[in-house]
Design a protein around this ligand. Structure first.
Ligand code: FDA
Length: 390
């Protein structure tokens, strides 16, 4: 039987940070993953360049049943703390847009950094073996891995959520959580493309076309690019709103986020001989303009179209209603929203209130970030908080 101060299950972003932190504080840590290599999602993140943080990351950029929960950990480990770590390793980075920081080189540099940090903390890494059984008795957790028992007074659940199962993602953390009587907020795919039904087939024919939009669902809005796909809608704007969206509800898309009010009437006054289709294509990609024009059923010179018809057309272009019939699900979801309820956890340490020594961090917890480096920042911050506490 091997004995440790802490066993961390899951060598992803949160587990690596947690193990390195605890190890460097003198704890004897075992870090376990059923995959053959650590940090697989880090490697594919940000198109291979890892959007490792967002300089604007605050609790407001996260979804959770308790919107205050993430404040403490995010406040104690800030984007600048991770940037300092990246700088210490001499990893070059750049800001792409909206505070999103990416490696200039490769996401591999972030995994190597975390592994070196683990090594500096003397962390024992055990890869390629799932944990088959977890017991808790006499203040110690006993984890059976490949037939061998490992025990520790602290156990950290860092096995993420079930998004992208083909990469080895599982709902294992939820099973363990339920075993210990914790609540799990209904998990659902998030940051995921929408699928459209047959009545919106016209838009599926625009596959590959992207346009800057403002997308709305209830009171939530995002201003980013939308991408039409052969199955529906994707692109950053759609991924962002998908995390909030509820089934059988419409989303509203403003295709004219940069145009002032009464744009079409102004164009009519200034260019009465211009064709309606030409005006649209001045503000939108040609094929999208043609498809929207067809749906609006307006054609001819602006001067021949009534103000009422132009006002109605503009109102539609500013609030085009799509009714997605679903999403592409866990197979394409960048993250899983929902997860282990924050009500059962300490926001300071991520420890389960009723079961001292048990911790949950990262995506396994009901804290889900926006697209743009927010999810890694949560993984670092929650991993750090638990690592310091064990
Ligand atoms: P993570 O999923 O990273 O790690 C969990 C680990 O547990 C895995 O190594 C897994 O193998 C292991 N595991 C699972 N079940 C197990 C079991 N039963 N036994 C043992 N081990 C088990 N975020 C961001 O901020 N910037 C970005 O650029 C991107 N880009 C991106 C691209 C793509 C394609 C995806 C899918 C996701 C992103 N993300 C992202 C999201 C980000 O990858 C995600 O939020 C973090 O990896 C979550 O970190 P965790 O450590 O919590 O889980």
């Amino acid at each position: 039987m091997a004995e440790y101060d802490a066993i961390v299950l899951g060598a992803g972003a949160a587990g690596l940070m947690c193990a390195a932190t605890a190890g460097q504080m003198g704890r004897h840590v075992l870090l376990v993953d059923h995959a053959e290599a650590p940090g697989k999602k880090i490697l594919i993140s940000g198109g291979g360049r890892c959007n490792f943080t967002n300089v604007h990351a605050k609790a407001e950029n996260y979804l959770s049943a308790n919107l205050h929960f993430a404040k403490s950990a995010l406040g104690r480990y800030r984007p600048q703390d991770f940037i300092d770590l990246v700088d210490r390793y001499g990893i070059a980075w750049h800001e792409k847009t909206l505070g999103q920081l990416f490696c200039d080189g490769s996401a591999r540099q972030i995994v190597d950094l975390l592994l070196e940090e683990c090594q500096a903390g003397g962390v024992t890494l055990l890869l390629g073996h799932p944990a088959s059984a977890i017991d808790h008795a006499d203040g110690r957790f006993r984890v059976t891995i490949d037939g061998q028992a490992h025990t520790a007074p602290a156990l950290v659940l860092a096995t993420g959520g079930p998004s992208i199962p083909k990469m080895g993602a599982t709902g294992f953390a939820y099973d363990v959580a339920r075993q210990f009587g914790l609540s799990v907020v209904q998990p659902r795919p998030a940051l995921v493309p929408f699928t459209l039904g047959d009545d919106e087939v016209l838009f599926r024919e625009l596959s590959g076309i992207s346009s800057e939009v403002e997308v709305r669902w209830n009171k939530v809005k995002f201003r980013e690019a939308a991408l039409f796909t052969h199955r529906g809608l994707s692109g950053p704007a759609m991924l962002q709103i998908s995390s909030y969206w509820q089934h059988r509800t419409p989303i509203g898309v403003n295709f004219l986020p940069d145009r002032g009010a009464d744009w079409l009437l102004t164009e009519k006054r200034e260019h009465p001989r211009m064709q309606f289709a030409t005006v649209l294509s001045r503000g939108l990609p040609d094929r999208l303009a043609a498809a929207l024009g067809e749906r609006l059923a307006l054609a001819g010179e602006l001067g021949n179209l009534s103000d009422k018809a132009l006002r109605a057309a503009e109102a539609r272009l500013r609030d085009w209603q799509f009714a997605p019939n679903g999403t592409e699900g866990y197979a394409k979801a960048e993250v899983t929203a929902g997860g282990i309820s924050t009500a059962d956890l300490s926001s300071q340490t991520m420890e389960v209130k009723r079961t001292p020594g048990l911790y949950a961090i990262g995506e396994a917890v009901d804290v889900t970030g926006w697209l743009g480096g927010y999810n890694f920042q949560w993984a670092w911050a929650s991993g750090r908080a638990a690592g310091q506490a064990i």
